[in-house]
Write a protein that binds this ligand. Structure first.
Ligand code: ATP
Ligand code: MG
Ligand code: MG
Ligand code: MG
Length: 477
C-alpha cells in the first residue's frame, strides 16, 4: 500500500488491486477495447462489458468476486466524450476504469463500506470533501451511507431519473430496455469553491468543482418487456472508478491532465511540437489522443473510412490538427509512442511489444493527411471568414470529400472560432453524393469513391503496408 504523500498512477493501480485481492477478489486482466462478443457495441466503455454474459447468466466465470483495471474508450457510440477533451478537467477519450464486482455474492453494504474504506482509510481522502448520490427511491443505500458510514444527510443527494438532459446525473443503470438493471450510488470529490460548478443534481453540476470519482451499480432487478421490475434471484454489484480522476486527487491536483502520467506525455508533446507553454490545451488533446490511438491499434483497429477504423482516423486527424496549430507541420504524432510505452508499458506489456507496429500505422496516416491538411485549413479559413453563425453543410462536405476532414474535426475547429456546423446540411450533401454514386452504378458508370480516397488509392498500396499486413491485421484503404 502507498505510504508516500503522492502515490504514482502505477502505485494507485496496484493499491486498488491489492485492496480487493485481500477481500477475496479474483484479479482479472483488462479486456481489449474491441469487445470480443458484442458486435452491437463499438468499444469497451466500462469495466462491466467483459462480464455482460455473466450478468445475463449465460456464462459462469468460476469466481463470484472480481476486480480489474479496464482500459476504456468513450469516443463513439452511446458514450462519446471526444468533444469534452480539452474542455473539462476530467474527461478523456481513453481512460482506465478501476472496478470491483460481485456476481450474486456481496451486495450494497460491503460495496459501500469497502469503497469508503479504500478512499478514506487507505488513501486518506478527507471525508468532508466527499459527497454521495443515491437513486431517489433507494432508501437502503441512503441508510447505509447515513447510519453505517456516518455521512451527514446534507451530503447525500437523492437523484431522480435522467430526463435525457446531456449532463444530468443518472442514478439508474440498465443494460438494455429489458434485463438486469438497478440503482446506483456515486461518490464525488469537492475540489473547492474556487472552481466553478455545483453539486450533483444542481443546474450547474457539469462544472469541474464536484468531480465524480466512483460509480457503484446495484443490479437487483430484471426488467420485463411490459416494464415491470422483478427482483433478480442473485443481485450483483458493478463498480467503476476513473483512475486518472482519483490520481489527480491523490497527487494534490485538480485536473486529470496534471497527474504524473499526463505531465510526462504533455512534456513530450511540447518537445515534439516546439511548444513552451505546457498548459496549452492542444498538448492535452495530443496526450489524450495518443493513448486512444495506440491502444486501438494494439487491439486490432487500423485507420479506415468506416466503423471503428473511422473513429481511429478521426482521433488521429484531430491530434494532427492540434499539432499543426502548434506549428508542427511535419509528422510528429507517431513519435509520441515511445513515451507512451515508457509511461504505461509496465501496466500494459503488450504496448511495448507493438511499439514499432503502432508507429508505422500512425506514420502512414500522418503522411496521408499531411497531403491535404494544409490546403484544407486554408479552405476552412476562407469559409469561416464568410460564415455567419454556422459553416454551411456543403462546405463541411467539401472539406470532408476533398481534404479528408471528418465532419467532427470541422466542428471542432469551428467551435474554437465560435461557429457551428450545419450537420443536417452535411448529411444531405453526403446523401446526394451516395445517390449520385448509386445512379452512376446503375448506368454502368462503376462505383465512385470519395475524391479523397480515389486520389490516394495508389498510396494505400505502398510497401509500408507489407510489414503491417505481416502482423496479421487487416489493412484497410
Ligand atoms: P461523468 O458524469 O463525469 O461524465 P460518467 O457518469 O459518465 O462520468 P460512469 O459511466 O459512471 O461515468 O463511469 C464510471 C467512472 O469512470 C466515473 O465515475 C469516472 O470516474 C470515470 N470516467 C467516466 N468517463 C470518463 C472519461 N471520459 N474520462 C475519464 N474518466 C471517466
Ligand atoms: Mg459521462
Ligand atoms: Mg456522471
Ligand atoms: Mg457515473
Amino acid at each position: 500500500m502507498s505510504t508516500s504523500a503522492h502515490p504514482s498512477t502505477q502505485q494507485i493501480r496496484s493499491d486498488f488491486l491489492e485492496f480487493f485481492r485481500e477481500k477475496q477478489h479474483t484479479i482479472v486482466p483488462s479486456a481489449p477495447l474491441v469487445p470480443a462478443n458484442d458486435p452491437t457495441l463499438l468499444f469497451t466503455n466500462s469495466g462491466m462489458v467483459q462480464f455482460k454474459n455473466v450478468f445475463l447468466g449465460s456464462e459462469k466465470p468460476g469466481y463470484v468476486r472480481a476486480a480489474d483495471v479496464q482500459r476504456c474508450l468513450r469516443a463513439g457510440g452511446k458514450h462519446n466524450d471526444l468533444d469534452q477533451v480539452g474542455y473539462t478537467a476530467r474527461h478523456h477519450t481513453f481512460f482506465e476504469m478501476l472496478g470491483n464486482w460481485s456476481f450474486g455474492d456481496y451486495f450494497k453494504v460491503e460495496a459501500i463500506e469497502w469503497a469508503w474504506e479504500l478512499l478514506t482509510g487507505v488513501w486518506k481522502l478527507d471525508p468532508q470533501r466527499l459527497l454521495v448520490t443515491v437513486y431517489h427511491t433507494d432508501d437502503e443505500a441512503h441508510a447505509i451511507w447515513k447510519d453505517r458510514i456516518g455521512v451527514p444527510e446534507d451530503r447525500i443527494v437523492r437523484i431522480g431519473d435522467n430526463k435525457g438532459a446531456p449532463f444530468a446525473s443518472d442514478n439508474f443503470w440498465q443494460m438494455a430496455d429489458t434485463g438486469p438493471c438497478g440503482p446506483s450510488t456515486e461518490i464525488f470529490y469537492d475540489h473547492g469553491p474556487d472552481i466553478p460548478g455545483g453539486p450533483p443534481g444542481s443546474p450547474d453540476e457539469d462544472g469541474d468543482r464536484f468531480i465524480e470519482i466512483w460509480n457503484l451499480v446495484f443490479m437487483q432487478f430484471d426488467r420485463q418487456p411490459d416494464g415491470t421490475l422483478l427482483p433478480l434471484p442473485a443481485p450483483c454489484v458493478d463498480t467503476g472508478m476513473g483512475l486518472e480522476r482519483v490520481a489527480a486527487i491523490l497527487q494534490g491536483k485538480h485536473g486529470n491532465y496534471e497527474i504524473d502520467l499526463f505531465q510526462f506525455l504533455i512534456a513530450e508533446a511540447a518537445r515534439l511540437t516546439g511548444t513552451s507553454d505546457l498548459s496549452n490545451k492542444s498538448l492535452r488533446v495530443i496526450a489524450d489522443h495518443i493513448r486512444a490511438c495506440a491502444f486501438l491499434i494494439i487491439d486490432g483497429v487500423l485507420p479506415s473510412n468506416e466503423g471503428r477504423g473511422y473513429v481511429l482516423r478521426r482521433i488521429i486527424r484531430r491530434a494532427l490538427r492540434h499539432g499543426w496549430m502548434l506549428g508542427q507541420k511535419q509528422p510528429f504524432f507517431h513519435h509520441m509512442t515511445g513515451s507512451l510505452v515508457q509511461a504505461m508499458g509496465e501496466a500494459y506489456p503488450e504496448l511495448a511489444g507493438k511499439q514499432d507496429f503502432i508507429e508505422r500505422a500512425l506514420r502512414a496516416e500522418e503522411e496521408r493527411f499531411a497531403e491535404t491538411l494544409d490546403a484544407g485549413m486554408r479552405m476552412f479559413d476562407e469559409v469561416a471568414a464568410r460564415s455567419r453563425g454556422a459553416i454551411a453543410g456543403e462546405e463541411a462536405f467539401r472539406l470532408y470529400d476533398t481534404y479528408g476532414f471528418p465532419v467532427d474535426l470541422t466542428a471542432d475547429i469551428a467551435r474554437e472560432r465560435g461557429l457551428d456546423v450545419d450537420m443536417a446540411g452535411f448529411e444531405a450533401a453526403m446523401e446526394a453524393q451516395r445517390e449520385a454514386a448509386r445512379a452512376a452504378g446503375k448506368f454502368g458508370g462503376g462505383i465512385s469513391l470519395p475524391a479523397e480516397l480515389a486520389a490516394q488509392l495508389p498510396a494505400t498500396r505502398f510497401l509500408g503496408y507489407t510489414g503491417l499486413a505481416a502482423d496479421g491485421l487487416q489493412v484497410l484503404a
